[in-house]
Design a protein around this ligand. Structure first.
Ligand code: MN
Length: 241
């Protein structure tokens, strides 16, 4: 029961009802399988390994940035999510919800941070860039008019994020269309139910060592490392083949 409850909380925290399949890729299934059913504090997510070498995104993103971003920042969100799940389980056990506002905020922040970083690192890579194929190409043309028009909007949205946040391309089940959103920090400005399939992290930790205040240059270069094949795989999970 405890594990199932935790899974549902993650979904809520990610603002994504269909996220079950998406996040199951990195849920700590081994830890869950070996834990007594419903045992408190034993549920945990694991940091997904970086699917390429730390220097594989050079020269667009430097090795040190990738190393810190993945091993420190992403890891921090995974830990933050695990910590708040334990605290929520304790709150339920104790029947004490005095800190529920703070805990729900942490759940949304860290849960969304985990989902967005997982999509970020899994949809960029070496030998990438270019243009999408398959359903992604078809839906981008249909929903934005052309790839060029799409990219201009996606880049503009990413560059214009106020403070820390993300540019997001997402599948919206409600309308069965692709939408471009901004995310403020990780969880603000979403549209309920959307499934992000490509995200551009514009927190300063994603680019500052190399680009300093030149976020626009980072976003323009980001086009060279988008792995459209992976994006298409993500879309297929939600929109079908
Ligand atoms: Mn980040």
């Amino acid at each position: 029961m405890g594990n199932e409850m935790s899974r549902r909380e993650i979904i809520a925290g990610a603002g994504a009802v269909a996220a079950m399949g998406l996040i199951s890729g990195f849920i700590g299934s081994e830890a869950r399988a070996s834990a007594p059913k419903g045992a408190p504090g034993t549920f945990s997510h694991k940091l997904p390994p970086l699917p390429y070498a730390y220097n594989a995104l050079e020269p667009v993103i430097d090795e040190e940035t990738v190393r810190i971003h993945h091993d420190k920042h992403f890891a921090g969100y995974v830990k933050g999510l695990n910590d708040v799940l334990v605290k929520l389980e304790k709150a339920r056990r104790d029947g004490n919800f005095d800190s529920i506002g703070c805990l729900e905020n942490d759940l949304a922040f860290h849960g969304s941070g985990v989902v967005l970083h997982w999509i970020y690192f899994s949809t960029i890579g070496p030998n990438a860039g270019g243009k999408p194929t398959g359903k992604t190409a078809e839906f981008i043309d249909r929903d934005f008019g052309s790839f060029d028009a799409f990219w201009k909007q996606f880049a503009a949205a990413s560059k214009a994020v106020q403070g820390s946040g993300w540019g997001v391309l997402a599948w919206e089940p409600f309308s069965k269309r692709l939408v471009i959103l901004q995310a403020g920090i990780h969880q603000n400005l979403t549209s309920w139910g959307v499934m992000p399939i490509l995200v551009c992290d514009v927190w300063e930790h994603a680019y500052y060592l190399k680009y300093q205040n030149r976020r626009a240059e980072y976003v323009d270069n980001f086009a060279k490392i988008v792995n459209w094949k992976k994006v298409d795989e993500h879309l297929a999970m939600y929109a079908g083949q």
